[in-house]
Structures are given as C-alpha cells and as structure tokens.
Ligand binder design. Sequence first.
Ligand code: 9YT
Length: 131
Amino acid sequence: MIVRSLEEIKGSNDHVDDKNWESRRFLLKKDGMGFSLHDTIIRAGTESTFWYKYHQEAVYCIEGEGEIEDLTNGKLYPIQAGTMYALDGHEKHRLRAKTDMRMVCVFNPPCTGRETHDEEGAYPLPSEEMV
Ligand code: 9YT
C-alpha cells in the first residue's frame, strides 16, 4: 500500500512549479499503478494552452473557477469545483483560470517525474528507460 500526504510532497522533487501552475505529484510511473495522480494549482488570471498528444488526462476541479476551450471545435465549458473534464481525444485546449483552480489530474500513461510542457503544450511520451 502507498500512503502519501500533500505535506510531504510539497517542496520535494515531486513538486513541480511552472509559470502558470504548480503540480504536486502523488503517484508516478515508478509506483506501478499505470497512471499518475497530481494535485495541481492553476494560477488565477493565467491562460494556458495544452496539448497532451501522448497522454490522456482526466481533471477534476475541487476548488476555484475558470473555463476550458476545446481548440478542436471552439467550444467553451465553464469549470468550477465539482466539474470534471477528460481529454479522451488528446484535444488541444486552453485553460483560463478566473481564480486559483485546484485540480486533481490523472495521466495515462503515467508521468515519470518532473515533466513540464514543450513548445506545443505536450509532455513527452515516456520511454521504457524513464522510471
Ligand atoms: C490541468 C492541467 O493540465 N494542468 C497542467 C499541469 C498538469 N495537470 C500536471 O502536470 O499536473
């Protein structure tokens, strides 16, 4: 069994801080669950374009509000605490955070560690050597 607290992840190597967001990574590929699990804050007032070409991501908003735009068809969806979205089609998307948004994110395949987005908004496809 794996038991971890947010407090022990904060400030550790599994806490990744980027310009528009910070991600506290509870589970990674090395944990062998087949997915990774992150507690992410998207900072208020930011707009981010992501395109997880190699991953599927499900995101459950537990605090805050904003919106997501599906850039494949221009559709806008409000996001607030209690809303989930799943990028089952690797959709390129734009997130606008009205307030700080706290999101519980699951990635398949799992993230391996300290991924941040490349210039296209993707995370790299994990290779077998990356654990
Ligand atoms: C919602 C989203 O995609 N945020 C970017 C960070 C990512 N969720 C992560 O690595 O935790």
